[in-house]
Design a protein around this ligand. Sequence first.
Ligand code: ATR
Length: 278
Amino acid sequence: MSHKDQYAVFGSPIKHSKSPRIHQFFAEQTQQDLEYRAVLVPAEQFEQAVNDFFFQEGGRGINCTVPLKELAWAYADKKTARAELSKAVNTLALQEDGSILGDNTDGIGLVTDLQKNNAILLTGKKILILGAGGASRGIIGPIQDELPETITIANRTVEKAQNLTTEFAHKGAINACRYADLAGLSFDLIINATSASLSNDLPPLVDGLLKEQACCYDLAYANEATAFVRWAREQGALKSLDGLGMLIEQAAEAFYLWRGVRPMSEELIRLLDLERGN
Ligand code: ATR
């Protein structure tokens, strides 16, 4: 076994994960001596695989991705406030006392990519979130922390959006609706948190949802423009972005939790963006 501190991303599927590359880049940049690998872990094997990694294989931290984030939330001995609220954990960290801390860095990763990397500020803005699944749950709290004017959640199954608003209403103005109810409304920022992009599909969006200078952000990313990014361009969005920057920023935040050193993401975002031909 290697003497280096061990880190990994667990998930299923995992073959195409960019996380090993991202964390190795951060490790070199900050001169941290560590190894990071991708491990195929189906849900049934999650607990055993985590126990083995932390308590037999020298593991110090694990990123969890689909379909393991809820299991990781249940597994963690302690959780950060943002992980508690999102009911999902994407980062597990071995603590000095042998306990396991669970964090969720997805939401802060999005907020950092929007505000710091793309100068899309959230304070005082009208924000529309498409979808009411796990991805939406992970980003609402960190967006509310930036004090937008309102958050609207649109979902096919409106009850799921209503449940989310009930849960997050104590943190700021938030309301739920169906896609058809959006007619006549307009927003400063539209975030696609549906899984529709993954099948190159799009929620049923009416025209005219974008205010002047409005921006659009797809949590999903792909080598080609996603269906939502293409829609955003057609609608005349000032910026139409996908989730590559968020992926890198959630990793940077996990790296900081583990190592106490904050990596710089700018160069890596440029590199990975170039590689897909932008
Ligand atoms: P995730 O963890 O990625 O959020 P999820 O919890 O299964 O996955 O949630 C998927 C979300 O995408 C849901 O909001 C779903 O809408 P419903 O709740 O109405 O099912 C939404 N979604 C998936 N495919 C969609 C499509 N083709 N059009 C609109 N919404 C879609």
